[in-house]
Ligand binder design. Sequence first.
Ligand code: SAM
Length: 273
Amino acid sequence: MTYRTLINQYQNRHHLLLEEIKTVIYYVNGLNYTSLILQYDDEVLNLPRIRYYLRKLIQGIPVSYAIRQFENKGTIYYLNRHVLIPRPETLELINIIQKEQRLQDKIIVDVGTGSGIIGIELAKETKTKVYLLDISSAALSVTKRNAKRILTITNYQIMKSDLLDALVKANCQVDLIVSNPPYISKEEILDKSVFDYEPHQALFAEPPLYFYQEILKQSLMVLKPNGSLYFEINPLFAETLKDMAQKYYPQAEITLMRDLYHKVRFLKLINVK
Ligand SMILES: C[S@@+](CC[C@H](N)C(=O)[O-])C[C@H]1O[C@@H](n2cnc3c(N)ncnc32)[C@H](O)[C@@H]1O
């Protein structure tokens, strides 16, 4: 069987997405976009293994959990079902911060780090010190595995912490706080593949702004003067959150930002002093 026939079969008969079928093929056979095109009419290598992963997709398992990895610009993150699969808007937030902030020699904290994607990407090519915090021990084993492989031992510290608690207790001050906390209300209807497979502790918040309020409250003890805070947010509550942030930081510059789909997705706060 050729790659072309295999892809057609799983697209047409099993209604799998082309990109997901290709992700499995790349993963199993170490191919990329170009090398697959060049081999489109060649015999498929490792067909039983490819079928094994494609069967998982047919069962509804998200591709990143099926192959236990996620790639961002060439960096591979290990994943399992204890951590959220990074979303495009989170990668956008990372890009925004990289463009706006001089990260060299800064101290950053990623609150609710999960796979570690935000903190690790921000610290990866700089001398930045990053604290990677999460309340879930199972999630932190994933963070540890990724940080150990991608960062140098000197520029990260992983801590089990209820939001910023550990840093408050240790009297730590940081230049940048970033968080994509749980923000989905129990009433929101989610895709079955999200609801059934992703960790609920990473998704849901009740009330929906609970985690933001707590982080803002604790951040008053942690964020340095002129430091910055970035949140990924639920567009439904953007204005309410902006008002809330302004109450905690009356003098701060607070900006709401849109994602590539024009949804209000991010909040930036500069702790002007
Ligand atoms: C939406 S996920 C974000 C994961 C990752 N930062 C990302 O953007 O892909 C939220 C994370 O917050 C963690 N979390 C939930 N409650 C928390 C708490 N009270 N303190 C610290 N982390 C918490 C969850 O375990 C989960 O890893």
